[in-house]
Design a protein around this ligand. Sequence first.
Ligand code: NAD
Length: 414
Amino acid sequence: MSDVFEIAQSQIDKVAKQLNLDPGLHAIIREPKKVIEVNFPVRMDDGSVQVFKGFRGQHNNAVGPYKGGIRFHQDVTYEEVKALSTWMSIKCSVTGIPYGGGKGGIKVDPRKLSEGELERMSRAFIKAIANDIGDAIDIPAPDVNTNPKIMGWMLDEYEAIKNRSEPGVLTGKPISLGGSLGRTAATGRGVDITTREACKKLGIDMDKATVAIQGYGNVGSYAGMIIQDMGCNVTAVIDVYGGAYNPDGMCAYELDAFVKENGTVKGFPGSKDITNEDLFALDVDILIPAALENVITKDNAGDIKAKIISEAANGPTTPEADDILFENGVHVIPDVLANAGGVTVSYMEWIQNNYGLYWTEEEVNERLEELMVKAYSDGYEMAEKHKVDMRTGVYLNSINKIALALKDRGWATK
Ligand code: NAD
């Protein structure tokens, strides 16, 4: 099974069966409520007009407004957006924040655009979906190849169209526009908090643990730096251009500075290049996939020697691979839990915007710590209780919460 939406649906079906879920509620949860497809023109630097395709998937808003990132990537598809918005509904319920799932994207290789073209495209996309988003409707945020700067352009465009101030319509904004302290590092921090909790359960000493990371962008780099602060040794990293491997370890902060200067981890002083295939098979304690989906499959799952896989990326493991990993005793912290830190601090940003009252970074990190530790422990307990893997345990909790909200809205059949 490689279609991402089929994977998301199969995960829901598995859990619905285990919960003996009401058929009406199951039918609602397995489909997104709305998927918007827009084709919008952008004036290019050479005077030509290019039409871009964008999507916004809105999975479920039973517990609150839709919430989720916008990615710029050449492989973005309608099906992918449906899957990612479904996972966002699950993810928001994992830490118990009052949001449903949304996700958007533009089919584009942003590396081929100038800065001006990127800005005009970002603004044009928001113009195309302006009536489908809002701080009480659907709240986008950064994802692959999007960042606070792009959120700033999008907020500016949205507020100009609506003729009002509405900072809570987007999260992951620059601090000057109402962004939250701690948001940029939040996803990586959340990955590491759950990894630390898993290490405690498995009796792994973080001071002796080694880590391999696929993807050294926003999430991967913070995951690397914070896990190093927790005591671990980062021995391998890779990005789209190449890898860096050093069995003695590499400084995650120096790697981050190297990427900022050179655009890649490849060529990091003292390291050897490494392929994705080799990185996944490395003898490390912790493996953090922080790039794209479907990278751990039935073909490479059996080679994985890591004791913990912390899914920083969305959907990195196929269901067939999941079964192999479970049989091999690998502790997989599922994406909807491991990377929920970003959306959790996005929620804090939205609260701060709505109140016009801003918290210190320490306050944000403390609240994140509390919510992530509880989410990990709830998922672990559920998995133990039902003798299932962590993903199923976490899904059981989340689907229960969404189903209850739908039931209380009157949608159960019995
Ligand atoms: P990013 O664009 O900042 O970084 C992506 C990284 O992956 C880059 O280093 C890129 O070079 C690397 N990469 C891409 N293709 C690769 C390949 N084939 N092989 C190896 N490396 C490759 O994106 P990000 O924001 O760090 O997001 C990474 C993942 O985390 C995505 O799956 C995203 O959906 C998920 N995520 C992000 C956030 C967030 O707050 N940014 C929150 C939750 C989940």
